[in-house]
Ligand binder design. Structure first.
Ligand code: ADP
Ligand code: MG
Length: 616
């Protein structure tokens, strides 16, 4: 038998899509406040997040509108399909207020500045209980009590208050990052969690909300083919264990989009270790008719007309920003400068100087000299000659080798990204090796500054880059194949590993049982101890659980390969070897971190030394 559902049940079902947890209530209410042009938004929660109040100083509503606002599909934001296609507001579905009201006891108090009195409407489980004029300041305040009191199932699905509060805070943070000019205050049981002033720049809002040091933030400002990408990405060293520090916005709307996250992570490939995720706040602006915002009830997903283009450009925007950034981390010595004597002037000079030096790392390098790592070479190729040798698109490494994921249009992907006006390399101070400390760190002089290099991390980074670049590079057939024995339990893993090893130049064959033979290895890794490498890899993979797709596995093999082949910490080096390593580092690109994400080098400037010795 078919029956028409009663209105309150319909409302509850609808609420199920929009109001899943306290965080969704806050999100919807805050979006409404932003749409109402509020300058200050106050959010207060209590009673294990079942009581939520959101107040604003926005436009407010006339009495008749306030009543309508609580009805389903009532909105002031669109009138027609054309409006929806050019939407600039956060809301447009006209569902949030009635949905929240259906699953709580809700009081709406609202007043336009021009009205004498405010309107107060009390709703319980979707039924209007009371409506009256009341004294209140201009703006709107929505108080939600006993959230989910009439939907016990929903209540049961809530996580711990701490988890829910985390989600709720994140919902506010997303809105706050999208609207840095609006003040936000979030209070839980009287305690302020977030207090952000009005009129902040995006930079200072990002800095405050994510707790980033300005020095670790890289600005992104990119525009091409009608797509604008703006925002900040953090240096690789700031990468986190999960994606909670990634924020994406499309035309001002916070979105959660996996493909956008992947595009950005690809730009960081090789700079952050696997299982680490870069911190980013990126705002994409695109013509409204190129994006469909109406694909998800909570409007957190969007669909682009040309997804590949947008994602490809996002990748480029980040890759370019990373490349143009100051690549050498500055050593953070204990600050000893007297307060007030700001050094912004020195700092800019420093920045200028090292912007140049940093760029030298960006110039496409020559093919790696196949000279055995141990034999030094005092004479280095004239740097200017090197620069011209090989104008390989720098895209290759930064975008992570896998070109198939780049946008298909040749015009959007095949341009050289390196700045065309680079100073010739020989005009930039080239580091000179001075010696080694603890057989682990190389100390070098760069102009008037001091450079300290972690020999293992740096060499590892170099080898990794080379291996990425020259995947199908020269392999060397072995006269005597190398036998490798694996544990019986590792055999299935080994089968998965073989195609990856083959692609990298290790021709490997099963020899029955747990025995395998390696018949060729890449020339650049000829010194490597193959059985140890393979067994270490298998251990690592077994420990870390499922290996995932080919690309992920390849990345892990490359990382491990670089680590095994690199100069070890504790290995004594001659000055020529040190210089060779430095030269190679300078010729390579993006040598800022090793594949594990640790720094490879630290710069201590003359200025910092002067300050430490109280000369300044
Ligand atoms: P939507 O935001 O999709 O339009 P809502 O149910 O969230 O739907 O809100 C319905 C209407 O109520 C909005 O279109 C707006 O006109 C009005 N409204 C809601 N919240 C506020 C607020 N804080 N200030 C002013 N007007 C509001
Ligand atoms: Mg709304």
């Amino acid at each position: 038998m078919i029956v028409r559902l009663p209105k309150d049940l319909i409302d509850q079902i609808a609420a199920g899509e929009v109001v899943v947890r306290p965080a969704s209530v806050v999100k919807e209410l805050v979006e409404n406040s932003i749409d109402a042009q509020a300058r200050h938004i106050y959010i207060s929660v209590d009673n294990a997040l079942r009581d939520i109040a959101v107040g604003d100083d926005g436009s407010g509503m006339a009495r008749a509108d306030a009543r309508l606002a609580l009805e389903r599909h009532a909105t002031s934001k669109i009138r027609s399909l054309e409006d929806l296609q050019a939407i600039r507001t956060r809301g447009f579905r006209g569902e949030a207020l009635p949905s929240i009201a259906a699953v709580s006891r809700l009081t709406l108090t609202t007043r336009r500045p021009e009205d004498l009195a405010a309107t107060c409407i009390v709703v319980e489980g979707g039924q209007v209980k009371e409506e009256k004029p009341i004294g209140a300041p201009p703006g709107t305040k929505v108080v939600v009590r006993d959230l989910f009191f009439n939907t016990p199932a929903r209540l049961k699905f809530l996580k711990s208050p701490a988890t829910e509060l985390g989600q709720l805070t994140r919902a506010v943070v997303r809105q706050a990052l999208a609207s840095p000019s609006v003040a936000f205050r979030l209070v839980n049981r009287g305690r302020a969690f977030l207090d952000l002033p009005a009129d902040q720049s995006l930079r200072s809002r990002v800095q405050q909300v994510l707790g980033l040091d300005p020095k670790d933030m890289i600005a992104v400002d990119f525009e091409k083919y009608g797509v604008r990408v703006e925002g900040f990405v953090a240096k690789p060293i700031e990468a986190r264990r999960d994606r909670r520090h990634q924020f994406f916005f499309v035309n001002g709307r916070p979105v959660a989009d996996r493909t956008m996250a992947f595009a950005v992570e690809q730009a960081y490939e090789g700079l952050v270790p696997s299982q680490r995720y870069p911190v980013v706040v990126l705002l994409v602006e695109i013509a409204p008719d190129e994006v469909d915002v109406n694909v998800h009830p909570s409007k957190e997903e969007v669909r682009f007309r040309d997804q590949k283009k947008v994602v490809g450009l996002l990748n480029r925007a980040v890759a370019e920003a990373l490349r143009a950034a100051d690549l050498l981390p500055e050593m953070r010595l204990a600050e000893s400068r007297p307060p007030g004597r700001g050094s912004s002037r020195d700092r800019t000079q420093f920045e200028k100087k090292f912007e140049q030096a940093g760029r030298s790392l960006l110039v496409p390098g020559p093919p790696y000299k196949e000279a055995p790592a141990a034999v030094g070479r005092v004479e280095t190729t004239a740097p200017s000659a090197r620069g011209q040798e090989r104008p390989a698109p720098a895209d290759e490494t930064v975008a992570g080798g896998d070109r198939s994921k780049e946008p298909p249009e040749p015009s959007a992907s095949s341009e050289l990204v390196a700045p065309p006006d680079q100073p010739p390399l020989d005009q930039i101070a080239h580091p000179r090796a001075l010696g080694q400390v603890a057989d682990t760190y190389i100390v070098a002089q760069v102009g008037e500054d001091l450079l300290v290099i972690d020999q293992h991390a740096a060499h590892e980074r170099l080898l990794y880059l080379k291996a990425c670049e020259r995947e199908r590079s020269a392999t060397q057939s072995l006269l005597v194949p190398i036998a490798v024995e694996v544990r019986p339990s590792d055999r299935p893993l080994m089968e998965q590993l073989i195609p990856v090893l083959e692609r990298l130049g290790f021709e490997t064959e099963s020899f029955g049982g747990q025995s395998f033979v390696v018949r060729s290895i890449p020339a650049m890794f000829e010194q490597i101890d193959v059985p140890t490498l393979i067994n270490d890899l298998l251990d690592e993979l077994a420990r870390e659980g499922p290996v995932g797709e080919f690309e992920k596995l390849r990345e892990r093999v490359l990382t491990s390969l670089a680590c095994h082949a690199a100069i070890k910490a504790g290995q004594r080096l001659g000055v020529e070897e040190m210089q060779q390593l430095i030269d190679d580092l300078m010729a390579a690109r993006l040598s800022y971190t090793c594949p594990h994400g640790r720094p490879t080098m630290i710069l201590i400037t003359r200025d910092q030394l002067d300050r430490q010795f109280k000369r300044k």
